[in-house]
Write a protein that binds this ligand. Structure first.
Ligand SMILES: *Cc1c(COP(=O)(O)O)cnc(C)c1O
Length: 476
């Protein structure tokens, strides 16, 4: 389809203003632009049709099944949008006097208290814009902690090979050396951990359940070993969908954590929209949290600075309306509802895995948590149909493909995370579609390497698009 600029016709306008009957104002010539702004000229009708038609080509969780593993593309209740658009939240400015924004500060304070309860942490900061940003912040806090004790030889962060790619990247950006350890049966191999633990280790970064959807039952032993070696434990809680109200990272022995409010705690995401990577920590790290944080005294909220803060990690207080959505989500669910959410997420993932496993092999055939990984290696070897073709074919059946080729330790991986918001009927339908695709793959009636067949573009050159991104309209 065309860009809005290509729909432009000279003289078309969205609004017709009445004739001005005031004397002409002469603008200082220095303030005038040299060339007219290149804006599309379209009527209101052309404008509305353009964007309505463009919206038809996008796919979101409001369109259909979106099992993007690790990303928790759950349906977000519209009541969250309603509260996030209250004027009292949208028409305020971060530089207003604290006394005039007590409601907003109350939202931040109550959200932080609830997140502390859910994770078993002692303090929470909300400034970070994304999960990776939270990881970076947590790494800076670990670094500041060791430095404050003059323990300056700790340069290493241990990261298991099943980790999300942002973990090693954040540790590296913070100046740490990343030590990767191989997994055993998808879990941390304690013998491999022992080999790398010494007084040069600053900490460990871990996701539990990990990105294979497996819960590490050795978690207490893992965190104890790291602590005994003088290191700290970082929990990647980007996706907390499996354990909310059931199991707490603080009780597992973790010292610092980030949560993606834009995954587990609702907020439409994808397409790089605004997010929030809240960072929680145990008391020993609380003095290092970013500044400012919200404090309460006699029912009055104020912005204060933690004693040894690592400083600011972004402008003002973070993406505030994401916090409003998260708090609304938690208030609507309540304590029992939060727990039920996780129980259903785990139930749905196991149900779908069992529906699929007669034709698609789970990489680890055990009870999973909120997500599971299939390996389509056999289909590729026997039929020459890679996981990519199966994923692309799902689009023809109006489903978003799952996360794929991740984690790297599983070959031809498809990682499904159905989330708790899908019904049993949807899961059965997904299973039917996946079986149909399997039959297409083994019968070779259709060339799956050309799928999807029903979209505006079939297979874009993804590498080229990533390497030579064109973000600016060029007039021709
Ligand atoms: C999504 C995710 C991240 C990164 O979060 P962003 O908000 O995309 O930066 C980190 N770890 C895990 C396990 C994730 O699923």
């Amino acid at each position: 389809m065309n860009l809005i600029y290509e729909e432009s016709h000279a003289g078309h306008r969205c609004a017709v203003f009445p004739k001005v009957d005031l004397p002409k104002y002469q603008l200082n010539p220095e303030m005038k632009r040299g060339t007219p702004a290149e804006l599309p000229e379209v009527s209101e009708c052309e404008l509305v049709r353009h964007y309505t038609n463009a919206a038809k080509y996008t796919f979101g969780v409001d369109n259909g099944f979106y099992p993007l593993g690790s990303c928790t593309m759950k349906y977000n209740p519209k009541v969250n949008e309603e509260t996030a658009s209250f004027e009292g939240f949208t028409d305020i400015h971060p530089l207003q006097p604290e006394s005039t924004v007590q409601g907003a500060l109350h939202v931040m304070y109550s959200l932080a208290s609830r997140l502390k309860e859910i994770t078993g942490m002692d303090a929470f900061g909300l400034q970070q814009s994304a999960g990776a940003h939270g990881e970076f912040t947590g790494m800076c806090m670990i670094k500041a902690y060791h430095e404050s004790r003059n323990d300056t030889g700790r340069k290493k962060i241990i990261v298991p090979d099943s980790a999300h790619g942002t973990n090693p990247a954040s540790a590296h950006m913070c100046g740490f050396e990343v030590v990767s350890i191989p997994s055993k049966d998808g879990l941390v191999d304690l013998a491999e951990l022992d080999k790398v633990l010494d007084d040069t280790v600053a900490g460990l970064m871990l996701t539990n359940p990990n990105t294979l959807g497996l819960y590490d039952s050795g978690i207490l032993e893992i965190t104890k070993k790291v602590h005994d070696a003088g290191g700290l434990c970082y929990y990647d809680g980007a996706n907390l969908n499996a354990i909310m109200g059931v199991s707490r990272p603080g009780d597992m022995g973790f010292d610092v954590i980030h949560l993606n409010l834009h995954k587990t705690f609702s907020t439409p995401h994808g397409g790089g929209g605004p997010g929030a990577g809240a960072v929680g920590c145990k008391a020993l790290l609380a003095p290092f949290l970013p500044s400012p944080e919200v404090s309460e005294h006699d029912g009055i909220y104020s912005l204060t600075s933690p004693e040894h803060t690592i400083g600011k990690v972004r402008t003002f207080h973070g993406n505030f309306t994401i916090m409003v959505r998260a708090l609304t989500y938690l208030l609507v669910l309540g304590r029992e509802g939060v727990r039920e959410t996780s129980m259903n997420a785990v139930l749905n993932a196991n149900y779908l895995m069992h529906l699929l496993k007669d034709v698609y092999r789970p990489a680890y055939d055990v009870t999973c948590m909120h997500e599971f990984v299939l390996s389509l290696e056999e289909l590729k070897e026997k039929e020459g149909v890679p996981a990519m073709d199966v994923a692309k074919r799902m689009i023809d059946y109006e489903m978003h493909p799952p996360t794929m080729y991740f984690p790297l330790i599983v070959h031809e991986a498809l990682m499904f995370e159905p989330t708790e918001t899908e019904s049993i009927d949807t899961l059965k339908h997904v299973s039917d579609v996946m079986h149909t695709i399997y039959n297409e793959a083994i019968s070779h009636d259709l060339d799956l390497s050309k799928a999807p067949y029903t979209t505006e573009y079939s297979r874009p050159d993804e590498v080229n698009a990533a390497r030579h991104t064109v973000l600016k309209y060029e007039h021709h």
